[in-house]
Design a protein around this ligand. Structure first.
Ligand code: MN
Length: 231
């Protein structure tokens, strides 16, 4: 039997110390910092987390040029702590959730905000606002076996030389273990899955030429540059 098309190459992420991590799926948490929920016009109190997904192929590495995407005039940064899942499971208890973590990285959930907000207002899916080509920059994955688990420490985003987002991982409404427990109640998590855990307040737009740097305490920074729109 012949395969009619060339299968796509796996999407690989670099691991600190060498090797690569094959990315299976990308899950993202909406609104996981109270101040960001407020800036988006929502009440963060006691709302359970919700999730959306992006293709694995939206992940691009440190140093990438992220082309300004088509069909938007409001492309925005969202700095995020990213969890790489190493061990799968369904209905994972919060007490053992961190056992499923392979490692952590700094990342960006780049967003066509105009399309996201239009969809939100109309009660439509967020896909065209969120699941965007090259929209998920990811830094080096640091294995938890080497650095431990990330439960505190600064998270900052610098855009074109100015600090735009500055918070602490302790500000997460739903910490990593809770996110894994809740998400695994919706899907069986698989090795290779990534979870972008949500962004702090201070999101804003980019223009071609902007350099974005996400720094998270204990992790390697991730830097990308916004490129010209693709023809
Ligand atoms: Mn996000």
């Amino acid at each position: 039997m012949t395969i009619t098309l060339e299968p796509p190459a796996p999407v690989l992420a670099a691991v600190a110390g060498g090797g690569s991590f094959p990315i299976r799926r990308v899950f993202c948490v909406g609104r996981n910092y109270a101040a960001h929920a407020r800036e988006m016009g929502r009440d963060p109190d006691r709302e359970p987390p919700f999730f959306f997904t992006k293709w694995a192929e939206t992940v691009v590495p440190d140093g990438a040029i992220v082309p300004y995407p088509q069909a938007t005039t409001d492309f925005q940064y969202e700095a995020e702590l990213v969890v790489a899942i190493g061990k799968g499971g369904r209905n994972i208890p919060v007490e053992s959730a961190l056992d499923h973590v392979f490692g952590y990285a700094a990342g960006l959930d780049m967003t066509r905000r105009d399309l996201q907000l239009q969809a939100r207002a109309q009660g439509r899916p967020w896909d065209t606002g969120k699941n965007v080509e090259a929209s998920s920059p990811l830094g080096l994955i640091h294995p938890a076996a080497e650095i431990g688990h990330i439960s505190r420490g600064f998270i900052t985003l610098d855009c074109a030389g100015q600090v735009k987002q500055s918070a602490d991982i302790t500000d997460l409404i739903w910490p990593v273990a809770d996110v894994i427990a809740i998400l695994s109640g919706l899907y069986r998590l698989e090795p290779g899955d990534l979870i972008y855990t949500g962004t702090p307040a201070g999101v804003g737009p980019v223009v071609p030429g902007d350099k974005l740097i996400v720094e998270i305490e204990g992790l390697t920074a991730v830097t990308v540059t916004i490129g010209q729109p693709l023809e």
